[in-house]
Design a protein around this ligand. Structure first.
Ligand code: 1HN
Length: 347
């Protein structure tokens, strides 16, 4: 250690007990020229994870667990219950006849359904049945419980804004005290009322969340299939549609943005990056995605994560459909969101 370094070190040692620290030692990490994400790109192969998830079904009931979920942890952040810096993801299992009891919390959740046809989730008094490809929201502070009335396991991908809420120290939660919150409306009510291209006369939205809480895959898939006929392919995204709150045109929930994209057979997307780290879930088809320097092969129900400001490009073998979610609405609301469509592979 030279004289200057030793002197400075001695000075820093005096600062620490007084809860002081020298900015100049950390300034360039704190204010990086581009996001220096600590995340790693990663993939979870569904066929590999599924048997392990099923094993949990014999270990603990959904009721005892409250929510029987395997957390998808970013490999760079083990033990932190997060897939990106701001978002949590997990695979939830509900076996035939099981219930996951009613509770509510300040964290917002999305469900993206992978398996089963008789699973349901209830949100503030309305049940919706869950089928593969459905995108369902559980907005902040809404009562919710889940169940499975079928003969097969029900599995879905959960996405929550847990780390974001954690960073703001705004976690609130309570149990309802019974398995199910009372049902007050018939299944399909919200979709009919708010998701038919119409709104009830005099309707006033009271919260920044979509009044539609199940966006069924059939409708999404039909929209993509009809639109593909116009052959307007975005070089970076193929044909990509964002899920919106029909009242505002904004995102379905304020903290998590979601999208579904169709990439036709043999399509190769041009390199793209954005400041939001993105979690993808494969709905249909097979292919591979380059994330930074790495290439990940995927097939249906696989889940992969792209860190912030990392180049991503997809290539498909057949027609492919990808669901994705990120904290983009938060970044946009704060004026922070950026994208780079140049495909310039320099950092
Ligand atoms: C939660 O409420 C659910 O309702 C899933 O299904 C995952 C992870 C952490 C905290 C609450 C659910 C969750 C969660």
């Amino acid at each position: 250690m030279d004289q200057t370094t030793a002197e400075r070190q001695a000075y820093y040692d005096k600062l620490r007990p007084n809860n002081l620290a020298p900015l100049w030692e950390v300034l360039h990490d704190l204010v990086a020229p581009t996001p220096n994400s600590s995340l790693q790109p990663a993939i979870w192969n569904y066929d590999a994870v599924r048997p392990t998830l099923m094993e949990s079904g014999a270990l603990i009931t959904a009721k005892e667990a409250e929510r029987r979920v395997l957390i998808l942890e970013n490999p760079a952040l083990p033990g932190e219950s997060r897939i990106t810096t701001s978002l949590y993801a997990g695979l939830q299992l509900v076996l035939p006849g099981e219930v996951a009891p009613a509770h509510r919390h300040s964290q917002s959740a999305l469900r993206f359904i992978l398996e089963g046809s008789k699973g349901y989730t209830a949100v503030d008094g309305e049940r919706t049945y869950m089928r593969r490809g459905d995108f369902i929201i559980t907005p902040t502070w809404t009562w919710h419980d889940h169940g499975n009335e079928g003969d097969d396991p029900v599995v879905w991908l959960d996405g929550l804004d847990i780390p974001l809420v954690q960073s703001l120290d705004t976690s609130f939660a309570e149990r309802y005290g019974a398995d199910a919150h009372p049902v007050s409306r018939p299944p399909g009510d919200a979709l009919a009322r708010y998701g038919s291209g119409m709104l009830p006369e005099g309707y006033q939205s009271v919260r920044p969340v979509s009044p539609v809480f199940n966006y069924p895959y059939g409708r999404t898939r039909d929209a993509l299939e009809t639109m593909r006929r116009s052959e307007e392919w975005d070089p970076h995204h193929g044909l990509k549609m964002r899920y919106v709150n029909p009242v505002t045109g904004g995102p379905a929930m304020p903290t998590i943005g979601t999208a579904m994209q169709l990439l036709p057979k043999g399509f190769e997307t041009a390199p793209y990056r954005s400041s939001d780290a993105v979690v993808y879930c494969v709905v249909e088809g097979g292919g591979r995605t380059r994330i930074g320097e790495q290439v990940f092969d995927w097939s249906p129900s696989d889940i992969f994560v792209v860190p912030s400001w990392t180049h991503v490009s997809h290539e498909t073998d057949g027609d492919a459909v990808l669901f994705s979610f990120s904290d983009r609405p938060v970044q946009e609301a704060l004026g922070l969101w950026r994208e780079d469509r140049q495909g310039n592979l320099e950092p």
